[in-house]
Design a protein around this ligand. Structure first.
Ligand code: NCD
Length: 355
């Protein structure tokens, strides 16, 4: 494992986030100063799951830093379709690239990949688990548009169960003083217990709310998400959840004038198109700012100027992981490693589910 993998944004300190945010800002304002900083370096994007923004913004980020890109956006076009393991793919690609960005449908896949890569790995989304660089995007956006990351009333709405962007965002924002969360979802799509435990551990207040109307007037930030259709066990289960939360102009009329409406995108039907012209609709700005955040991240990782504690103290566990969406169920050679969580309880090293 390389010591500088970015698997979970909380493996970096708040001071490190501040460096990244400042650097992203400087890159945005002075792009010419950074045009050649990654000359001679290669970034690989290995996307086992569909993507528009994350993949292209990583590629654009590397190209704008003067580096080169390789990779696949559909595993069907790679040796994965011939049965190659994640382990072998990582061993091979790390001969060609200086840094690897991986997105995968299984939870814990990025950590599994990092065990076999000989260069740094960035988690670009591992199933319904985490999405650290979307959160970096969100931090850059909030500090640009709100001027602070503290003392915010943040509503997160939609699929809080499978929405990995929400999990990473809650983990990150719970580290800042004075933030309060409104978790807006149906009971079926509530935030996983481990996220609530992180909020409790951080002393971060939150309320679970069943309707947008109950809290929209109080919010500084509303983070909308789509219902993650591809992660439901059956089409019927998805049908029951679709269209429950839709941000309409009528609902927005009850919100504060300085509300920031964010969304990691893609949008399906949860934000009415009529809202796009409202100055509070910041999701397209958010997508643009994400590219500068990713430029800052690539630069600091390649220049080894970054402090990331991605390693865990782990040991082998006899039983299989209980989470059916964990990478250990598809990549069978992976050792069943477990590590302690904040409360000392054993969790799967890869997907972080309790044993
Ligand atoms: C998100 C993702 O892939 O988790 N998209 C993104 O990276 N901006 C959100 C989603 O797919 O709903």
């Amino acid at each position: 494992m390389s010591c500088g993998d970015l698997l979970d944004l909380n493996d970096c300190s708040v001071t490190e986030w501040t460096h990244l945010i400042k650097l992203a800002d400087d890159i945005r304002l002075n792009p010419r100063d950074y045009m050649r900083r990654c000359e001679g370096k290669v970034l690989a994007t290995l996307f086992y799951e569909p993507s528009t923004r994350t993949q292209m913004s990583f590629q654009a980020a590397m190209l704008r830093l003067g580096g080169q890109i390789i990779g696949f956006d559909n595993p069907v076009n790679s040796s994965v379709s011939k049965g190659e393991t994640l382990m072998d793919t990582m061993r091979i690609v790390s001969n060609y690239a200086d840094i690897i960005v991986v997105r995968h449908p299984q939870e814990g896949a990025a950590r599994a990949a990092s065990l076999y890569a000989r260069c740094p790995v960035i988690n670009a989304g591992d199933g319904g688990h985490l999405h650290p660089t979307q959160t970096l995007t969100d931090l850059v956006t909030l500090s640009t548009v709100k001027g602070k990351l503290t003392g915010l009333r943040i509503g997160v709405c939609g699929d809080l169960k499978f929405g990995r962007t929400v999990h990473s965002l809650l983990k990150a924002m719970s580290r800042f003083e004075g933030n309060r969360f409104y978790l807006i979802s149906t009971p079926e799509l509530a935030v996983p217990d481990y996220c609530k435990e992180i909020l409790d551990h951080a002393g971060c207040p939150y309320e679970e709310v069943g309707a947008l109307d109950e809290c929209i007037g109080e919010l500084d930030v509303l983070y909308m998400t789509r219902i993650q259709q591809e992660r439901f066990a059956t089409p019927e289960a998805y049908e029951k959840q679709r269209g429950v939360f839709v941000l309409t102009p009528e609902k927005l009329s009850r919100a504060r004038k300085d509300l920031a409406v964010l969304h990691p995108l893609p949008r399906v039907d949860e934000i009415d198109l009529a809202i796009d012209d409202d100055p509070r609709a910041l999701y397209f700005t958010q997508a643009r700012l994400g590219m500068f955040g990713r430029m800052a991240l690539i630069l600091r990782m390649l220049e080894e100027d970054i402090n990331i504690h991605s390693e865990r103290n782990y040991h082998v566990h006899a039983a299989d992981c209980s989470n059916p969406r964990c990478i250990t169920h598809t990549e069978k050679y992976l050792p069943h490693n477990v590590c302690p969580d904040e409360n000392g309880q054993e969790i799967c090293l890869y997907c972080e589910e309790k044993c």
